[in-house]
Design a binder for this molecule. Structure first.
Ligand code: BG6
Length: 486
């Protein structure tokens, strides 16, 4: 479905996010016929650059990041004809009047300002957008994490943006919310009668959320070393996933109905602080090892430094202090250079109350619902069934398997495609509200403070493994194990 005419103005247009994600996503939407004829994509950055060079770079990034089967010369030419470039010094005076002249101040026109820059520029860019009149009317701003590095700094960033753009025109992206399976979780929970009656502490033993990567910090070591896994992944993506699993049914899909429920989850998380952080959290840092069949160096080598206390792995046992979830642990773990690239949510149900089967039946494992985000998006429900044949009552643990790739023969759009179009449509459901971001920091801050005060070095783990052994101990001392889905 075509959307209303719009201009998207990308700050940091020559940077990595823009070239790797935004330009290819816009090409895909254009190819699908969703972008109106007169929509424009306007790149800006500090660097002087001709339109031709900007277009040539964009062409390269489409060719590099779009599946060759999806490249159509005609569609690509049409997309590239929408592109133009204006050099703007985001934090200073230079270039803003050129930008105004180029974009125009039509009060009706949707102007989408995508700040694909370092977060240090979020405030100054918004201030300048306000001053030059571009923010007014139908201007919308899109920002990415990190929004601050703790509660105080997040409040400052939000205040600087909020001084120019009202909250209903601020879109804080968490690209995990744009992933197909994350949205499917809403469908699974609330479009089926089957799960919701069981979705509570009476029937669920625990929940696991794993976001494991095989990559190291690559070229981002500079940023990463100031952040670490807790800020980079848990404060945003992992807590958003936890909210999707744990929230009460919202009354509708309206943005604030959903966000109100997520906020309640975040504010119900039991504090992890000095009194319990050593017991409930594990930090790790990768050492040399192997990844994807090849030998790889450790984090310190990637960083080019001999010391760093930054964690590249974190595991946490979290708990939500409300009626539905009391006593149900949520085990979270995420890390770089782990054994496999896999992101999944595992809802582990309780044991059956009584077994009528004898030992020949074999072990009865409790049901598990596994929601796989990547790779191989899909849902698996692990059940006990009878082994077919006349061999008596032997039981097997087998998944009822729904792989989305097999079920639907369609390309799985990248999260950014959906999210950018949602901004144009004015739909904020998949974006984080200011109070959500701040509530997440409120929970994260005492963990960071405790780690800092205790000055304990992260535990080393060999690249290509599942992280430090302490993370295994974290769950095993409760008599549970990390899920292996095969
Ligand atoms: C980003 C983090 O937000 O998410 C990265 O900053 C991480 O460190 C990435 O690699 C993971 O995203 P995805 O979509 O590849 O799972």
């Amino acid at each position: 479905v075509e959307v209303d005419p719009f201009d998207i103005i990308v700050f940091g247009a020559t940077g990595d996010l823009s070239q790797r994600k935004l330009i290819p996503a816009l090409y895909h939407r254009d190819q699908a016929g969703q972008i109106p004829a007169d929509a424009r994509v306007i790149g800006t950055s500090r660097r002087p650059l001709s339109n031709e060079d900007f277009v040539a770079d964009a062409r390269k990034s489409v060719l590099a990041h779009v599946d060759p089967g999806d490249i159509e010369e005609e569609a690509l030419a049409r997309f590239l004809s929408r592109l133009s470039y204006v050099a703007v010094d985001a934090a200073a005076e230079r270039g803003w009047s050129d930008l105004v002249a180029h974009v125009g101040l039509d009060p009706e026109r949707i102007r989408l300002f995508y700040l694909a820059t370092s977060p240090d520029f979020f405030g100054p860019i918004c201030t300048n957008l306000g001053k030059c009149g571009l923010a007014a009317g139908n201007g919308r701003v899109v920002i990415e994490k990190p929004i601050g590095k703790d509660l105080d700094s997040a409040r400052r960033v939000n205040a600087a943006i909020g001084a120019v753009f009202p909250e209903d025109r601020v879109y804080r992206i968490d690209h995990y919310l744009g992933k197909e399976t994350v949205q499917n979780l809403m469908a699974l929970r609330f479009a089926n009668a089957l799960f919701e009656p069981l979705w509570n502490s009476a029937h669920i033993d625990h929940v696991q959320i794993t976001v494991a990567e095989t990559l190291g910090v690559e070229s981002r070591a500079g940023y990463y070393d100031t952040a670490g896994a807790l800020r980079d992944m848990v404060q945003n993506h992992m807590l958003q996933l936890l909210c999707q699993v744990a929230m009460e049914p919202p009354r509708s899909l309206a943005a604030d109905a959903v966000r109100d429920e997520k906020l309640k989850v975040l504010t119900s998380l039991k504090p992890i602080d000095e009194s319990n952080a050593d017991h409930l959290t594990v930090r790790g840092q990768y050492r040399a090892g192997a990844s994807a069949g090849g030998a790889v160096g450790g984090y310190l080598e990637d960083l080019g430094s001999s010391t760093s206390n930054t964690e590249t792995f974190v595991a946490i046992k979290a708990e939500i202090g409300n009626w539905r979830w009391a006593g149900v642990p949520f085990y979270l773990r995420t890390g770089k250079r782990l054994a496999a690239r896999v992101s999944e949510i595992v809802v582990a149900f309780k044991d059956i109350p009584h077994s009528m089967f004898d030992e020949t039946a074999g072990r009865i494992s409790p049901n598990r619902l596994v929601i796989r985000l990547q790779p191989d998006e899909g849902v698996r429900l692990w059940l006990m069934i009878k082994d077919p044949g006349p061999g008596g009552m032997r039981l097997q643990y087998i998944p009822l398997d729904m792989s989305f790739a097999k079920a639907f023969n369609v390309r799985n759009p990248d999260a950014y495609e959906r999210l950018i179009m949602d901004v144009v449509r004015g739909n904020q459901s998949l974006f984080m509200r200011r109070d959500e971001v701040e509530a997440a920091w409120t929970w994260i801050d005492p963990i960071l403070e405790t780690w800092k005060a205790h000055k304990e070095a992260p535990k080393g783990y060999t690249s290509g493994t599942w992280g430090p052994t302490a993370a295994v101990a974290l769950i095993e001392r409760d008599g549970r194990t990390w899920h292996e889905d095969d």
